[in-house]
Each structure stands twice: as structure tokens, then as C-alpha cells.
Write a new protein. Structure first.
Length: 282
């Protein structure tokens, strides 16, 4: 590929990324504005949000500390990170164990169970929301983090499928050699399979972290204590309480979004590698 073609390709990708980047740029720029800059016709009837101006003049840095004082941001962040840590560890380990069974072990009904597990991915969350809520409420888990953490210990169908496909790409001779040396399945899984699965496990961990970080309906359904709110749910509460304070709202939304963007940029190589190596074998 010539330099001109490469430059044209980069220009095309840059142009295609503008619709996705523009809302983020508007959110970040609004977080540094005053109310007079945000509203286009303030003082002339009903104010209308100015969507066209991106450059804040002057820059109002106080929006960020003010946003942090309006809600207990530190408490929400601590709750969210705790949930992310628990669910990531639980989902990665449980999904890896189940996927190893489907990919490497032979037992009666394996294909039927795998098909049943895959079919659950077709069920929308809205279908199972009410019966699952009723179950957790009957167990006395309402108002706790248990409904948000315990399911991760039983594996996630998409992660199990992803890891199963990855395990099928690993050479079977490695496990057979370990069995000849007297290693059991648990030792093979722990000492041989897991070290070779780091890209796929990192991909699963990233997916689970993003899912827990952005989860809104889970805390909405099961958490009723304001001091247990997560960032996603706390940001919605900020919107309800301070809906007219656009600058502080955008500052809080920017603080919520920045860690996800940084995580993706730092982990994108591992993420792409993990996705690329999960093609699997038939």
C-alpha cells in the first residue's frame, strides 16, 4: 500500500469517526462552560441549549469540584469498583471452568447442554427480569449487592462460548502429554490452560468490567440505599436532582466516561488479540 493510499484510508476512518466523537467532544467542552455559554438565548424567552459552540470561553474549571460535591462521587466510585472487582474475578473464573469442560472433557449430553447454554443468550433481559427479581426478593437479597454479584459466580453464557472456542484452538497434545505424566484435569486446567488463555481471559475481564461499570438496571432494581448506589445509577440521580445544571451534569458524565476510554486505549491490543484468537474449531 502506497503512502497516498494509506493517508486516504486514515482520512476516511477519521471522517467516519466524527459522528461518534462529536457527542463526547460536546460533553467535555460543555463541562467547562458557564450557563451563559451553554444556553443560546438566555434572557430572551425560553433558553435553548447551544449545541453548536464547542470552545468554552472562558474555561470554568469549578464545574468539576462542584459536581463532585453535589453527589458523594467517591462513595459511588468505591461501590462501583468493588462490584467490578468481585464480578470480574467471579465471571472469569467460573466461565473458564465451564468452558474447559465443554471444550476438553467428554461426557454424555455435552453437546445438548452446550446448545441449551447457548440458547439462553437469545432470551432478552426483559423476559427474565420479573421472575429473577421475584426470586431474589423471596431469598431476601433485595437491597443488597448479592443479586449483582452472585450470578457472576455461575458463569456467563457469552463468556463460556467465547472461552470454549478459544480452548478448542489450543493443541490437544499438550493436555495429553500432561495426562501421561499423571496430571489431573484440575492441574492441567490451572497450570497449562490458564497461562495459555491470558488474551481470552483478559477480553472476558474487560467485557465484564465494562458491563458492571455501565450497569444501570441492576442497581435500579435491587439497590434502595443511596450510600450503595453505583456511578451509573448515581449519575441518573444527579440528573433528576440537578437537571438544569448542565455544566455540572456534563462534568459528572465526563468523569464517568474517562476511565472507560483510558481502559480501552490501554487494553485494546489485548482485547483485539483475544477476539482474534477465539475463532475455534468445528
Amino acid at each position: 500500500m502506497s503512502p497516498g493510499q494509506r493517508l486516504a484510508g486514515y482520512a476516511l476512518l477519521l471522517a467516519l469517526s466524527v459522528p461518534a466523537v462529536l457527542p463526547l467532544a460536546w460533553m467535555a467542552s460543555t463541562s467547562f462552560k458557564t450557563d451563559a455559554q451553554i444556553y443560546a438565548n438566555q434572557g430572551k424567552g425560553v433558553p435553548v441549549v447551544n449545541l453548536m459552540s464547542l470552545a468554552p470561553r472562558p474555561v470554568r474549571w469549578r464545574n468539576y469540584p462542584e459536581a463532585l460535591t453535589r453527589v458523594p462521587f467517591g462513595t459511588y466510585l468505591e461501590n462501583t469498583l468493588w462490584l467490578c472487582g468481585i464480578t470480574v474475578l467471579a465471571a472469569v473464573f467460573s466461565s473458564a471452568v465451564v468452558a474447559y469442560g465443554f471444550a476438553r472433557l467428554e461426557f454424555r449430553g455435552k453437546n445438548a447442554l452446550f446448545l441449551l447454554m447457548i440458547s439462553t443468550m437469545a432470551l432478552p433481559g426483559q423476559v427474565t427480569m420479573i421472575p429473577v427479581f421475584a426470586l431474589f426478593r423471596r431469598l431476601g437479597w433485595y437491597g443488597t449487592y448479592l443479586p449483582l454479584t452472585v450470578p457472576a459466580f455461575f458463569g456467563t453464557p457469552f463468556f463460556i462460548f467465547l472461552l470454549t472456542q478459544f480452548y478448542r484452538t489450543l493443541p490437544g497434545e499438550l493436555a495429553e502429554a500432561a495426562r501421561v505424566d499423571g496430571a489431573g484435569e484440575w492441574l492441567i486446567f490451572r497450570r497449562l490452560i490458564l497461562p495459555l488463555s491470558k488474551p481470552a481471559l483478559a477480553t472476558v475481564a474487560l467485557f465484564q468490567f465494562l458491563g458492571t461499570w455501565n450497569d444501570f438496571f441492576g442497581p435500579l432494581l435491587y439497590i434502595n440505599d443511596p450510600m450503595r448506589y453505583t456511578l451509573a445509577y448515581g449519575l441518573q440521580q444527579f440528573t433528576s436532582s440537578h437537571s438544569s445544571e448542565w455544566a455540572q451534569l456534563m462534568a459528572a458524565a465526563t468523569l464517568f466516561t474517562v476511565p472507560i476510554i483510558l481502559l480501552f486505549f490501554f487494553a485494546q491490543r489485548v482485547f483485539i488479540q483475544g477476539i482474534a484468537t477465539t475463532g475455534g474449531k468445528n
